[in-house]
Design a protein around this ligand. Sequence first.
Ligand code: MD3
Ligand code: FE
Length: 230
Amino acid sequence: MTRDLFDDDDNADAAPQPATARVPLAPGALLLRGFTLDAAAGLMPAGEQVLLAAPLRHLQVPGGRTMSVAMSNCGALGWVSDPSGYRYSATDPLTGRPWPAMPDCLQALATQAAREAGFDGFSPNACLINSYRPGARMGLHQDRDEGGKSGDFSRPIVSVSLGLPAVFLFGGPERQHKTTRWPLQHGDVVVWGGPARLAFHGVAPLKEGEHAALGAQRVNLTFRQVAAVA
Ligand code: MD3
Ligand code: FE
């Protein structure tokens, strides 16, 4: 690469460097627009491999309802729910086997995005895969199962949006807090840390559509650094 030969301000022919728009959504929450656009094509085969070993499924939640979002996991720990509660588990309850390993390209993407947002040394051990078909939604909730006994929420969560666009709802520290709406597109990455880490959030019902690579679907990956499970 000889770009440094031409690396002066008056070189009008310089190829434009891909600019990732950085949009602060709230204190602690940074949207990196298009952060995975270049890598997205490489992420999808990695994701497909994971889903062959640990298929998407609709989990039940306490109260007995079934989630409209289909889920799976990769990494040392995976988020699971059944009528008795939510928890992180080292094994997939569907197969009894450990979750598939987190592919290196996914791990690296999450660590880089966190660093961009000022969180050095993010080393996720859990990646939750959410698949939304048209109509699927996620109600307002907090993500509190990562902190372990000590309640350590110093690590951010990194989320990657692929496929159809969705409207993300971002609230405050209490459920009643009013929410703001943020469209998230294929390739967007958001880092949620600091004061945003325990904010209520959700996803509006997915609109019908067809994405060139993923069909009538939105896939969201969330990377988490979960404290040791007892
Ligand atoms: C804000 N997933 O899996 S990702 C979830 O699009 C979840 O599938 C949504 O909420 C989705 O728990 C939203 C964005 C997100 C993830 C975690 C957060 C936003 C967050 C944790 C704290 C605050
Ligand atoms: Fe969440």
